[in-house]
Design a protein around this ligand. Structure first.
Ligand code: PEP
Length: 247
């Protein structure tokens, strides 16, 4: 049986490190057992949040990681710097792809670095609105999976998590339907299998405007094992309701 998992991506929120610690504590107080739950605070808040969550069952993830281990990369974070602070890292989020011009070649190197550093990767893939409207979603996703897995040692991918995040659904208040996400998750599993991985063992999350109101159809969908939650993860009660849906 695959793990069920809900991860809150806090993006560039909340405004201060003290607020991040308070949010982390509020979330930890509300989390039921039985689902793996993590939060991904901004890099600068990782030490304080990780400290605050030390004796809880809430995991901490980084929002990104650089592909190199050391060097002249101003503003970036090496995987080794996350040691003791994070269980894993989000890799290939569409906002990072957009803002840092990350292509699949860079995402592949980031994924490889994440797994060789012993961090659990959450690899994000998903089609743009234009690709969606052109009917190319599955083709795009399958291509992303193949390219993004190209560099990582297969042995390191045993703990891989994939998040299907259609870009047109992120932050829009307009989630995909459970039916649509099920089809794309099926395409992702086929691509994982094609890449030589044990696809049936790999959790696949849905992300894109998941809320307490919309979560039920994803939690009930065949093959969807959890959610990557942005905006709604900043409200501890709403986030806890999303977690409970996967419990
Ligand atoms: C995300 O950024 O991964 C995300 C899914 O955001 P939101 O839930 O706000 O759409």
């Amino acid at each position: 049986m695959r793990e069920r998992m809900v991860i809150g991506n806090w993006k560039m929120n909340p405004p201060t490190i003290a607020d991040a610690v308070e949010l982390a504590r509020s979330v930890a107080d509300r989390i039921p057992a039985g689902v793996l739950v993590g939060v991904a605070p901004a890099a600068v808040a990782l030490p304080a949040v990780s400290d605050a969550l030390r004796d809880t069952n809430l995991d901490v993830y980084a929002q990104d990681v650089h592909w190199e281990e050391r060097g002249a990369f101003t503003g970036q974070i090496a995987a080794s710097m996350l040691r003791g602070l994070a269980t894993g890292a989000i890799v290939g989020h569409s906002e990072v792809r957009r803002d840092q011009c990350d292509d699949d070649a860079r995402v592949a190197k980031k994924l490889a670095r994440t797994v060789t550093a012993g961090l659990r990767p959450i690899l994000c893939v998903g089609e743009s609105a234009a690709e969606h409207e052109a009917g190319n979603a599955s083709v795009v996703i399958v291509r992303q999976i193949a390219a993004d897995l190209a560099e990582a040692p297969r042995r390191g991918l045993q703990r891989l998590v994939v998040a299907y995040e259609p870009i047109w659904a992120i932050g829009t208040g307009n989630p995909a339907t459970g039916e649509w996400a099920t089809l794309e998750v099926r395409a992702i599993r086929a691509a994982l299998k094609h890449a030589g991985l044990d696809a049936e063992a790999i959790p696949i999350l849905y992300g894109g405007s998941v809320s307490a109101r919309s979560v039920a159809e994803f939690a009930a969908a065949d093959g969807i094992d959890g959610a990557l939650v942005g905006g709604a993860s900043l409200d501890p009660d709403e986030f806890a309701a999303i977690v409970r849906a996967f419990g």
